[in-house]
Ligand binder design. Structure first.
Ligand code: F0G
Length: 509
């Protein structure tokens, strides 16, 4: 029995190693005779889950029950769940089989050592602190390094949970993107780049002693999953070296950022995923991630090559997460994480979601729907400020579009606009730079006909956009209000939208 287990472990990890050493040429590029540009799947579906598409009347009831907040919908009422890719990417057969040979132990689990090896092989960092998910890493970093009120964390752009943890411990942030990043329809390949000139200015004005670290987020989530270039990260590194400030990389969407570097940064045209990922993580002092995204599993981690940093953070893991060899993650998920990390190097896997997104963004753009361009990663992002130009920001255009889109399609997207922002210290609204509806495309989950359905309903809704009305808060939690907040429509616009839907689609779902 023991031998059999050893053989199974060998089988899984030897297949995974094949991926690890796979060259770039293995990612097929297939042209269609008819000239259509179709993202061809390089996987087959072997486990399926049945979906429901409930009638539009039920969808309206579900919206009322969930406070017009798509986070609060029950999946029994959701057809395509495009809320997020977090914990919803399809797992591979290799990941699932690895989960079966996990080593249950409070301390010293072999599963942890396999994960540590994967981190060393893929992220090239020696020390790993496991945490239960990405925001747990943010909590630990903010607690360890924000020592006084007003400490400033410069970053390319905030992520909701990173900002919440930094402000929780009295810190502040400053966002340093180039102006081009705020240009929603653009062809700039690297809108996630950090503005290095401004960064240096901020450091001089604020003083090194008031800047505990600088944070760079791969595939900058809230501006539409937009990458930064390696050249930009090298420039940032020069500055952090010059002033002696730690550089922290949020690697939750690292694989996708690396993939877009292969596509868009000429120096890396012939590089491999492994090369690009190693360069990016090599430039950072601390790398943290949500494994719910990075490795299509659950969990998270903080890693570094610096023994002193490891020691500074080490004690906080048992305090908040669990012992140092599981960090609040089940050992089964740790095994899936290890395999998922190796699979991040497989360009055929990592390219699937960005290619579907590009397909959807191009299809919608060509039919007049304003989208964030160039297409990024994680999801397709609709510019709600333009679709709902008639709805003032005080009535949350992106939240309104998310609710309206669910109503007419059963598709659940996520508001990424002012509802996702937090109020300032005086309790005033801080309106978002961009009002976006994010339609997440988790890895290898949807089929192309489902993507075409998304396209069809969004084009219809855009053509009927004047029927969409605003929302108002009826219940507003003080922290991360977008998760559990409750809203209500400001008029009877949902009923009017249903009437038009019925007129155009008859008894179609
Ligand atoms: N950093 C980034 C860039 C993220 O996108 C997320 C999560 C986190 C950190 C936090 O990680 O959820 O594991 O605690 N993003 C999810 C999303 C929630 O839907 O975009 P977590």
């Amino acid at each position: 029995m023991n031998l059999l287990l050893q053989y199974l472990v060998f089988l899984i990890f030897s297949s995974v190693e094949k991926i690890f050493f796979m060259s770039k040429e293995n990612s097929l590029k297939v042209k269609f005779y008819n000239g259509e540009n179709i993202p061809l799947e390089l996987h087959k579906v072997r486990i399926v889950q049945k979906l429901n598409l409930v009638p539009i009347e039920r969808r309206l009831e579900a919206l009322h029950e969930g406070g017009f907040n798509t986070f609060r919908l029950s999946t029994k009422d959701v057809f395509l769940d495009m809320l997020t890719d977090s914990g919803t990417n399809a797992m591979s057969d290799m990941q699932l089989s690895a989960m079966m040979h996990a080593d249950d132990a409070y301390a010293g689990s072999q599963s942890f050592f396999r994960l540590q090896k994967a981190v060393e092989d893929v992220l090239k960092k020696k020390y790993l602190l496991p945490v239960h998910q990405g925001r747990a890493a943010e909590n630990i970093l903010a607690l360890a390094y924000i020592k006084k009120k007003g400490d400033l964390i410069p970053m390319n752009y905030h992520f909701t949970t990173a900002l919440a943890h930094i402000t929780q411990y009295g810190g502040r942030i400053v966002e340093l993107l180039y102006d081009e990043a705020y240009n929603i329809s653009s062809s700039h390949p690297f809108k996630g780049n950090m503005n290095v000139e401004k960064l240096e200015e901020v450091i001089r004005e604020t003083g090194v002693e008031n800047i505990p670290f600088i944070r760079m987020e791969a595939s900058t989530n809230l501006i539409g999953g937009q990458p930064f270039s390696i050249q930009n990260m090298r420039d940032v590194r020069k500055i952090t070296d010059k002033y002696g400030i730690r550089l922290v990389l949020d690697a939750s969407l690292l694989g996708e950022n690396a993939y877009l570097i292969l596509q868009r940064e000429s120096e890396f045209e012939n590089a491999s995923m492994a090369d690009v990922i190693a360069i990016m993580t090599g430039l950072a002092d601390i790398v943290y991630f949500s494994a719910r995204k990075l490795s299509s599993s659950r969990g998270g981690g903080i890693c570094t090559d610096d023994a002193a940093i490891y020691r500074e953070l080490e004690a906080l893991v048992p305090l908040f997460e669990g012992f140092l060899t599981y960090g609040g993650i089940s050992v089964r998920e740790i095994e899936a994480m290890a395999v998922g990390l190796y699979e991040t190097l497989d360009e055929t896997m990592i390219s699937q979601s960005p290619q579907y997104i590009a397909y959807l963004v191009n299809a919608l753009t060509s039919q007049g729907v304003p989208m964030v361009t160039p297409p990024g990663v994680l999801g397709a992002h609709v510019d709600a400020m333009r679709v709902c130009a008639h709805i003032p920001q005080t009535q949350y255009p992106a939240g309104s579009l998310a609710a309206a889109f669910y109503l007419v399609s059963g598709i659940r997207g996520m508001e990424r606009g002012s509802i996702s922002n937090q109020r300032d210290e005086e309790g005033n609204e801080t309106y978002a730079d961009m009002e976006l509806l994010r339609l997440a495309v988790p890895r290898r989950v949807f089929t192309l006909s489902q993507i075409k359905y998304v396209e069809d309903r969004m084009v219809w809704l855009n053509e009927n956009r004047l029927l969409i009305g605003g929302l108002k808060f009826v219940y507003e939690p003080p922290v991360l209000r977008f998760f559990m907040g409750g809203l209500a429509p400001v008029s009877d616009w949902p009923e009017k939208l249903i009437a038009k839907f019925k007129a155009d689609f008859g008894d179609s779902l």
